[in-house]
Design a protein around this ligand. Structure first.
Ligand SMILES: Nc1ncnc2c1ncn2[C@@H]1O[C@H](COP(=O)(O)OP(=O)(O)OP(=O)(O)O)[C@@H](O)[C@H]1O
Ligand SMILES: [Mg+2]
Length: 440
């Protein structure tokens, strides 16, 4: 049986835990303010920052539920505004000359900060707000799964694969005018495999010597005032300094928020501008860097970005892909005699990979508990001999005595329907119509 990461925390469990954390941070911040006789402190700002980060996590859990997502986004914006106010009160900013579009350099006072970490990681870009240890944490080790583990998605694989084969950026590319910098923007409903395929792509490219930098848009957005912009600037500079390199920003709608939205906040606008400036520098650097962004909410991303990047829609898995998914995932476990993988695939239209994975996990757990009941081997002390029981159950699965019945499949399907994608699909359709307008 192919392995899945079993998530043992339910939606409500996760929500309760995060909501509790959020309330805790806010209560602590308010208590601190009273204790300090209304004097703002950095510790208080950090508590609002932590609360903002939790809001980001809650937004990610609710990325298909616009209302809940919006409520927590509003809370996150409030936390960030409060944090900005506190920091400004502690440390009033000196009058600044207006910024130009030229590259913004890292302040000289920051240069005194160590550029090396305890583990020996080196960078040229550490500063007070973004220390070397933080930068080190952006570099990811090679993801375990490769393109071979990605079911279906052949078009996307082909598109990216062209870059795998030309990753040497040879004289041929030069003659053909293929630029060393490439960028892709993957969008689609939640659970369709955007992150998964990008990780698989990184696996392939790392085998060719590329480094892999990965940041989460939500984390950047929730950084302390001014730090978010610096983070983006430094991350892009790292990619330039470490070519060949992939830089992947997941949940990109948090760092490149569309400036044409009505309710855009000042800090979001500044971050978008910083992001676009850093992106332009990266693009014009002439370095072998591949930029990847992913989102469920393409319409929330700034138009200037959409204009600069190759848009790639990630659809829900089609019939053939679902069929292969069930075959790969169930592997040795077969459908019962009167049931087929084809029927499984037919009955799961509108399922994302995440929905399919949840369904398959739950079926596997059910089969396991059925096996533990039916094939239990008891030792002389009347205790279950787990090893023997497991061996008997495996034999039964291999022989087809224990199989996925239509009844079990339908029962679990009824208990866990696929996530509702109506709204998000409508938004994506509207986005595609709009983009056609922009690009035509
Ligand atoms: N092509 C695939 N083949 C097999 N399994 C897949 C594939 N794509 C995704 N999965 C499985 O589905 C899960 C969800 O995929 P993933 O997290 O990449 O979706 P996503 O589009 O990034 O979702 P979100 O928008 O919520 O971030 C993955 O953890 C992986 O186990
Ligand atoms: Mg993802």
């Amino acid at each position: 049986m192919a392995l899945y990461n079993l998530s043992n925390t339910s939606y409500s469990g996760k929500m309760n835990e995060r909501t509790h954390q959020y309330n805790n941070y806010i209560n602590q911040a308010e208590a601190l303010r009273i204790k300090n006789e209304n004097k703002p402190t950095l510790e208080e700002a950090e508590l609002y920052q932590a609360a903002a980060r939790v809001c980001g996590e809650i937004m990610a859990i609710n990325n298909t539920q616009r209302n809940v997502y919006g409520q927590w986004k509003a809370r996150r914006d409030d936390c960030i505004k409060t944090m900005e106010r506190i920091v400004a009160a502690i440390n009033p900013a000196p009058a600044k000359a207006p910024e130009t579009t030229a590259s913004r350099t890292i302040e000289s006072s920051d240069r005194a900060v160590s550029n090396t970490t305890a583990s020996g990681f080196k960078t040229n870009n550490a500063c007070k707000d973004v220390p070397a240890a933080t930068i080190e944490s952006w570099y990811k080790s090679m993801p375990k799964h490769s393109f071979a583990d990605v079911t279906g998605m052949d078009d996307v694989k082909d598109l990216l694969m062209n870059h795998v084969s030309s990753s040497g950026w040879s004289r041929l590319d030069e003659i053909l005018g293929i630029p060393p910098f490439q960028s892709f923007f993957l969008y689609g409903a939640p659970g369709t495999g955007k992150t998964f395929i990008i990780e698989a792509f990184a696996h392939e490219m790392m085998q060719k010597g590329f480094k892999f930098i990965r940041l989460l848009g939500g984390d950047i957005h929730a950084s302390l005032v001014g730090v978010a912009e610096k983070t983006v600037e430094i991350a892009f500079q790292e990619a330039i300094d470490n070519e060949p390199c992939i830089i992947f920003i997941d949940e990109i709608e948090n760092v490149c928020v569309s400036r044409s939205q009505n309710n855009i906040e000042g800090h979001e606008k500044r971050l978008t501008v910083a992001f676009l400036e850093a992106y332009n520098l990266l693009k014009s650097s002439g370095k072998r860097v591949i930029f990847l962004g992913a989102t469920n909410y393409p319409s929330m991303v700034d138009e200037a970005m959409l204009d600069r990047i190759q848009l790639v829609r990630i659809p829900l898995p089609d019939y053939e892909t679902r069929l292969n998914f069930f075959k790969d995932t169930f592997n040795v476990l077969q459908p019962a005699a009167d049931f087929t993988f084809e029927e499984m695939a037919q009955s799961t239209e509108n399922y994302s990979f995440r929905d399919l994975g949840r369904l398959a996990d739950t079926i596997a757990i059910n089969i396991k508990s059925q096996a533990m009941d039916e094939y239990a081997v008891v030792d002389e002390n009347e205790k279950i001999d787990e090893e023997m029981t497991s061996k008997m159950a495996v034999d039964a699965i291999v022989k087809g005595e224990l199989a996925v019945t239509r009844e079990l499949f339908s029962k679990i399907q009824g208990e866990m329907p696929p996530s509702d994608k109506t709204k998000i699909n409508e938004e994506i359709e509207a986005f595609e119509k709009r983009v056609k307008g922009i690009n035509s």
